[in-house]
Design a protein around this ligand. Structure first.
Ligand code: FE2
Length: 424
């Protein structure tokens, strides 16, 4: 006897046909045109799109949902955001951090996002956010995978306490080594920080995810060093470069040398379209650069490119509802990736590509994967990107953990009424 059969599913990647998905003990045990076995429960997907969950590859859980505290970012700029975070940090306590993190996780689940990699600022000597979020990791584990990155926001070398505190955060159980080389005092210090942080990760068998070259400086070279150290320490496929916005402005000849090095290192690329498009190129008049990394070229070269939300209602970004389809939609618009294959790649950037960044086990919709699934009110990935539709149901290990009613508007014209669901 099966636990659950989801019938009439259009699976992401093969949405041209209907499939049944059989689930037992939290795992997918069969995917076929018609599952004949009996199950304790059945769910009718009614021909709607069924996907493995969305993955947010880059987030900041410690600052999320603080909008307005102690004041709003009036200018919307990065610099006012950093100043605001400095004002806010002393006001935070563990209870507040946990309450906001749990609220954001509920938003994520309702949107079908069941894996989040969050950076956590380790520059507070008490490591308040580290302790609070490590508790949240365990508390939300039945519902979503929350992975933490030890992030030295004030600089690994620039802040004299950061090195000791980052190591303490890793000792406590933070999963991934972070960094911010472009925020160190000099390019040389940035390189030293990359060397030390990659060495630390290699010694401990950990992954690396650095805020890297998050600037408009065409001569910023930290991603080159990150790739080189990845190769030197044998961390191939275990290192992510987040943001990489300076690549947007780099010389094309240099990039033609850089991308093969990134390929050799099997570097993951995490772009954050919502934030990159708003915070970058603020010094430009016109023409105004877009500031997002070269997603199209990096993906075409064969690198794994994923998208992150980065911020939701915090000092840097007043907007957002943690909808990864909004992120992917912005990404494909900014990157001019409106080709059919490119749009399907944008969907993967917030699903399976993100799972590779996080190194998730058992992710997907094949037999043997965890029964973590999202049913969307759309017929394929491109329609999902266009509509950012209702998540009708969200399953975790075969158990329903979120539902939303189908959205159909009714328009009244004269004595007639018309249903509208924005499809043709
Ligand atoms: Fe970030």
């Amino acid at each position: 006897m099966l636990d659950l059969i989801i019938r009439g599913a259009r699976l992401a990647g093969s949405a041209d046909k209907l499939s049944d998905i059989a689930i037992k003990d939290g795992k997918i045990v069969d995917v076929s045109a018609s599952v004949k076995a009996e199950a304790i429960d059945e769910y009718d997907a009614a021909g709607y799109l069924v996907s493995a969950p969305f993955v947010d590859s880059h987030f900041h859980m410690d600052s999320t949902l603080t909008r307005g505290r102690p004041r709003v970012n009036e200018s919307g700029t990065l610099l006012e955001g950093i100043a605001l975070w400095g004002e806010l940090k002393p006001l935070l306590d563990a209870k507040d951090i946990k309450t906001r993190a749990h609220e954001l996780c509920r938003w994520a689940i309702a949107k079908g996002n069941l894996a989040i990699r969050s950076h956590v600022d380790i520059c507070d000597p008490e490591l308040l956010a580290v302790d609070a979020l490590l508790e949240v990791v365990e508390e939300v584990k039945p519902y979503l995978d929350l992975q933490l990155v030890a992030f030295p926001q004030d600089g690994f070398l620039r802040d004299p306490k950061a090195k000791e505190q980052l190591i303490r955060a890793l000792d406590k159980g933070v999963h991934v080594v972070g960094g911010i080389p472009h925020f160190e005092r000099s390019m040389a210090d940035g390189s030293t920080s990359i060397d030390e942080l990659c060495r630390l990760a290699a010694d401990r068998g950990l992954r690396v995810d650095m805020h890297c070259d998050e600037s408009d400086d065409p001569l910023s070279r930290h991603v080159e060093m990150l790739a080189q150290k990845t190769v030197e320490f044998g961390l191939h496929g275990r290192v992510a470069g987040s943001h990489l916005t300076s690549m947007h402005s780099m010389d094309n000849y240099y990039v033609s040398k850089l991308i093969p090095l990134m390929m050799e290192a099997e570097l993951h690329v995490v772009a954050n379209p919502l934030i990159n498009i708003t915070l970058q190129a603020r010094h430009d008049t016109y023409p105004k650069r877009r500031g997002m990394t070269r997603v199209k070229e990096l993906a075409e070269a064969g690198l794994n490119v994923a998208y992150g939300h980065d911020c939701v209602m915090d000092p840097w970004y007043s907007m957002g509802s943690h909808d990864m389809l909004e992120v992917a939609s912005m990404g494909l618009h900014v990157g001019q990736m409106t080709g059919q294959a490119e749009m399907r790649e944008a969907f993967r950037a917030v699903t399976s590509n993100g799972a590779k960044v996080l190194g998730l086990d058992g992710y997907g919709t094949e037999v043997g994967c965890h029964a973590d699934l999202v049913i969307l009110q759309a017929r394929d990935e491109i329609e999902a990107l266009r509509l950012r539709p209702t998540r009708l149901a969200v399953f975790r290990r075969g158990k329903k953990i979120a539902t939303s009613p189908e959205q159909i508007s009714t328009v009244f014209m004269g004595d007639k009424s018309f249903p509208v669901d924005f499809t043709i």
